[in-house]
Design a protein around this ligand. Structure first.
Ligand code: FES
Length: 179
């Protein structure tokens, strides 16, 4: 039976002293973190807001007959370089029975029929349609089967509206600014 040695002197418990020391260190780190955070917090929204408000895009990156998808305000944006055939198909159907009537000309900038800029979310429940499917040679939404034509107009399926055209302007022949 050994006695438990007690080496405490001066009535102070070394374990307790260590604990207080560690607690003070954590509190100091916490205070620095607390100071740093508001600065970071203030900078982030401004940068994000700027990036999200508008986006510039170089059209020379998109070959004829191709489409790119960029992100804008948290949504996919389709930038499609239409072929003559796609444009002709869209114009031909200007007088078809359209659920959300719009001519092809109303869906692009004057003299720029080859460029379509569309918000790439299906107007039914927001899935992202793919190009080249469906019955009208445009976009097809596989979620519930909405078919859009080469102008992005809804032609068949449950979606109520055409693919939306965002606000955008041409900054030059090869540069657009969306938003
Ligand atoms: S979300 Fe596209 S058809 Fe339903």
């Amino acid at each position: 039976m050994g006695a438990t040695p007690e080496h405490h002197t001066g009535g102070e418990d070394p374990n307790r002293r260590d604990f207080i020391h560690i607690a003070a260190t954590v509190a100091a780190v916490g205070a620095v973190g607390g100071l740093a955070w508001p600065f970071i917090d203030q900078m982030n929204p401004a940068a994000d807001t700027l990036a999200l408000a508008s986006v510039e895009f170089d059209l020379s990156k998109v070959e004829l007959g191709q489409q790119v998808v960029i992100k804008w305000r948290g949504k996919p944006l389709f930038i499609r370089h239409r072929t003559g055939k796609e444009i002709a198909a869209a114009i031909k159907d200007d007088n078809a029975a359209l659920r959300d009537p719009q001519t092809d000309e109303e869906r692009h900038k004057a003299g720029k029929a080859e460029w379509l800029v569309l918000i790439g979310t299906c107007t039914h429940l927001g899935c992202v349609p793919t190009f080249g499917g469906g019955d009208f040679g445009g976009w097809f939404c596989p979620c519930h089967g909405s078919h859009y034509d080469t102008s992005g107009r809804i032609r068949k399926g449950p979606a109520p509206k055409n693919l939306a055209v965002p606000e955008y302007t041409f900054l030059s022949d090869s540069k657009v600014k969306v938003g």
